[in-house]
Design a protein around this ligand. Structure first.
Ligand SMILES: Cc1cc2nc3c(=O)[nH]c(=O)nc-3n(C[C@H](O)[C@H](O)[C@H](O)COP(=O)(O)OP(=O)(O)OC[C@H]3O[C@@H](n4cnc5c(N)ncnc54)[C@H](O)[C@@H]3O)c2cc1C
Ligand code: SF4
Length: 489
């Protein structure tokens, strides 16, 4: 342990964000660059617990706390505290393929399980320490291409270049297989590129990783839609194994009359993707789908809704309201939700904080949904909302609670219901009742021999860290299938 008394000497100090009023003028990342001295002290708060719950990833009441990658957190915290940065990096990279992504966007499942957090509610800043370390490594030129010395002669196709596909490709390439990643978009990254907004994850960070992986031998074929541009059976003949990592982008629809036809209603991911595409090719301040001057209602109070909120504010929306069906969570853990369970508490994220600063009020309205659309000549003018409540798990409307809200643009961020039908059909794989690709229990093997699945496509809409963890496990199984044994974990 670097500093035995660190947890008593130093208070928790997170990396600060650029103030709301300043950061909403652009789409640049809002986290400030990690400061070395602060991170060193913060890493010294790690107590090197006998049972480090942060790296355990245990499931409690259906939710996981602790790092799904089993990152060796106490080890690299200790090395950071002692300024042994290169050694700390080698320990981090042992379990994590892309800490520059998780260091920016991971909700830090590790911190929710940190033992220090159980004592005083101020866990070690694991997430910020991780980002500090990987960015220091890139800055110092330690992230050089590691080209495999021996090739196995086996060829693998990965379909989908989101975090799951990238993790599979990285693992199998380093194992010596020849990996080609097929991606239907013009850029790699999946939701890292065309979902999570630039202010949370700068797209240059994704491109930086692409360059490194290409130098290491991974081939990316972008603009290539399997099932539309390329025949799946042809791929199976060409490759020794095929791995499906196509995500779970089938959006939950809004069950409101006229919503499918109304041209002022968009799905959240379509809106966010369009905003990032505009930013990347931008000459002028113009948006293909614009919230500028509009009264926007976002249906869905979760993280995707929050990303829409931050994007609408930056585009100059007149007002933004976020509707959430569930009741407002408590500010603090309740007695039936003790540490180290995932804390079911109120989270006010960056977009909501910005809305509070700009519009003077929290944009979220709880236990409320859309009842009707009010349109004039096909244009959305307002919506009627209604209060709802779950009674015996059935959602019931509360009579007389209807209200009208001005709305000329609506974004649906109500979650996802599984992978897109055409992909599963084209690959001829079985699909579960949840709309995800079926794999044999406890494995990543689909119903088709030699075809594997990982990430959201198998797990359902989840988190970047889970996509990477699934990618790693799936790569190990595919390797065992190809070689008869595997050193991958
Ligand atoms: C708006 C939004 C914000 C989010 N923010 C966070 C966050 O802050 N932190 C976090 O941890 N998680 C976040 N998530 C969840 C996280 O992004 C996903 O869990 C993760 O990206 C899943 O990775 P994946 O590789 O399985 O799928 P995806 O990232 O969806 O990637 C799948 C890829 O497959 C490609 N593809 C699909 N079909 C084909 C085909 N037929 N041929 C070729 N290519 C194909 C797609 O174009 C895509 O690039 C967010 C999700 C959304 C929607
Ligand atoms: S990947 Fe997420 S859960 Fe794991 S150590 Fe990093 S921030 Fe924590």
């Amino acid at each position: 342990m670097g500093k035995a008394t660190g947890f008593m000497e130093y208070d928790r100090q997170e990396e600060s964000w650029i103030p709301e009023k300043e950061r909403i003028s652009n789409f640049q990342e809002f986290h400030k660059h990690p400061d070395e001295n602060t991170r060193k002290c913060q890493a010294g708060r790690c107590m090197d617990c006998g049972v480090p719950m942060c790296q355990s990833a245990i499931e409690l009441k259906g939710m996981v706390t602790g790092c799904p990658l089993h990152n060796l957190i106490p080890e690299w915290n200790d090395e950071i505290n002692q300024e042994h940065y290169e050694h700390a990096l080698s320990r981090l990279l042992k379990t994590s393929n892309f800490p520059e992504f998780t260091g920016r966007v991971c909700p830090a499942l590790c911190e929710k399980a940190c033992v220090l957090g159980s004592l005083d509610g101020n866990p070690v800043t694991i997430h910020d320490n991780e980002l500090f370390l990987i960015e220091k490594a890139f800055e110092n030129g330690w992230m050089t291409p590691k080209i495999p010395k021996i090739r196995s002669g086996k060829k693998v196709a990965v379909i989908g270049a989101g975090p799951a596909g990238l993790a599979v490709a990285d693992q199998l390439n380093h194992r010596g297989h020849l990996v080609t990643v097929y991606e239907r978009e013009d850029r790699i990254g999946g939701l890292l590129m065309y979902g999570i907004p630039n202010m949370k994850l700068d797209k240059k960070i994704v491109e930086r990783r692409r360059k490194l992986m290409e130098e290491e031998g991974v081939v990316f074929q972008t603009g290539c839609d399997i099932g539309k541009d390329v025949d799946f059976a042809g791929l199976q003949k060409q490759y020794d194994a095929v791995i499906l990592c196509c995500g779970a982008k089938k959006a939950r629809t809004l069950n409101v009359a006229g919503s499918e036809e109304c041209e002022d209603i968009y799905y959240a991911v379509d809106f966010l993707k369009s905003a990032t595409k505009d930013l990347l090719r931008r000459q002028k301040d113009e948006w293909t789908i614009s919230a500028k001057g509009r009264n926007v209602v976002i249906v869905g109070g979760g993280d995707t809704g929050n990303d829409c909120l931050g994007t609408c504010i930056r585009q100059g929306a007149k007002s933004v309201t976020q509707l959430e069906m569930m009741p407002k969570p408590p500010e603090k853990r309740t007695a039936d939700n003790p540490w180290p369970e995932w804390p079911k508490v109120l989270k006010t994220d960056y977009g909501q904080l910005e809305a509070i600063q700009i519009f003077g009020a929290d944009p979220r309205i709880y236990e409320t949904t859309v009842k009707d659309l009010i349109t004039e000549q096909g244009k959305l003018k307002a919506i009627r909302t209604v209060k709802v409540r779950f009674e015996n798990r059935i959602l019931k409307e509360i009579k007389g609670s209807e209200k009208e809200i001005k709305c000329d643009m609506m974004l649906i961020a109500a979650g996802f219901t599984g992978c897109e039908d055409y992909v599963a059909k084209a690959c001829n794989v079985n699909v579960t009742k949840r709309g995800t690709v079926e794999t044999a229990e406890g494995t990543y093997h689909t119903s088709v021999p030699g075809v594997f699945a990982a990430g959201d496509m198998r797990r359902g809409q989840s988190l970047v860290v889970w996509a990477i963890a699934e990618g790693r496990h799936c790569a190990a199984e595919a390797d065992r299938y190809l070689m008869g044994y595997t050193p991958l974990t």
